[in-house]
Design a binder for this molecule. Structure first.
Ligand code: FPP
Length: 246
């Protein structure tokens, strides 16, 4: 296990600050989300060049349903338009899309577009783009627990075989490596119910920059900061320096 990480394989991002960005300009919040989409596009474009294999973006949390109806509708419209406009380019660029979260609250047309995007981008090898929509870390833990109970009840999983590896397979993120680096923009220092299980040993990076202003230079700053971290995974600094496993 490397003491000093080089490039993160998996980066997870909370793209916060769209609303404030819009307010500062006297614009509606939806304009902030539109600008946020442009920022996301640029980071997605750059990610593979930095050796990133998986980029997870928190686009809509399970709690975001509580926002004013007009904002929720604007976000749903934006997701639909973005998928329609971007899907060909994403596929051409080898980007595989995976949505995580409870999609049941979204309009059928959008759910179908998400499924289609996952299908047509399935062979993408340059980058896996994980988009969390209707997602909450607690929701994911609950649905994983339900799945495990079902498997125990139907006899396919002995109860004493439930361990971290088995639990992980039941998460929406099952099979994905944990994020190495978590970035949150917009000045708040919290995880806000994103990837609760997966962020256990991620390096956390907080930026005061509002998401629509978060450029590739800011992204590179975060990657640079990550390169200076010592990842210990519970070991002592001495053990990590010697590269000892135990
Ligand atoms: C948080 O900022 C942002 C959101 C809830 C929406 C994020 C959506 C996008 C960036 C556009 C779509 C992106 C993809 C990848 C489909 P906020 O509204 O909480 O901002 P505030 O804290 O300033 O109010």
């Amino acid at each position: 296990m490397a003491a000093i990480p080089t490039e993160p394989r998996h980066v997870a991002v909370i793209m916060d600050g769209n609303g404030r960005w819009a307010r500062h300009r006297g614009l509606p919040r939806s304009a902030g989300h539109q600008a946020g989409l442009e920022a996301a596009r640029e980071i997605v474009r750059q990610a593979p060049q930095h050796g990133i294999q998986i980029l997870s973006l928190f686009a809509f949390s399970s709690e975001n349903w509580l926002r004013p109806k007009t904002e929720v509708h604007a976000l749903i419209r934006l997701f639909g338009q973005a998928l329609e406009q971007e899907i060909d380019r994403l596929v051409q660029n080898g980007i595989q899309i995976q949505f995580i979260g409870d999609r049941s609250g979204f309009p059928g047309r959008l759910q179908a577009a998400m499924l289609n995007a996952e299908t047509v981008s399935g062979d993408g090898k340059r980058l896996k783009l994980v988009i969390a929509v209707g997602y909450g870390g607690r929701w994911d833990l609950c649905q994983a627990a339900r799945m495990l109970v079902r498997r125990v009840r139907d006899g396919t999983l002995p109860e004493d075989r439930i361990d971290e590896t088995e639990f992980e397979t039941c998460l929406a993120t099952g099979g994905l490596p944990d994020p190495d680096l978590f970035i949150r923009t917009g000045g708040e220092r919290r995880i806000s119910n994103f990837l609760l299980w997966n962020l256990a040993y991620s390096e956390l990076y907080f930026s005061d920059t509002l998401w629509p202003d978060f450029t590739v230079a800011h992204f590179e700053e975060a990657l640079n900061d990550y390169r200076g971290r010592q990842r210990r995974f519970g070991r002592t600094p001495g053990q990590v320096r010697c590269g000892r496993q135990a």
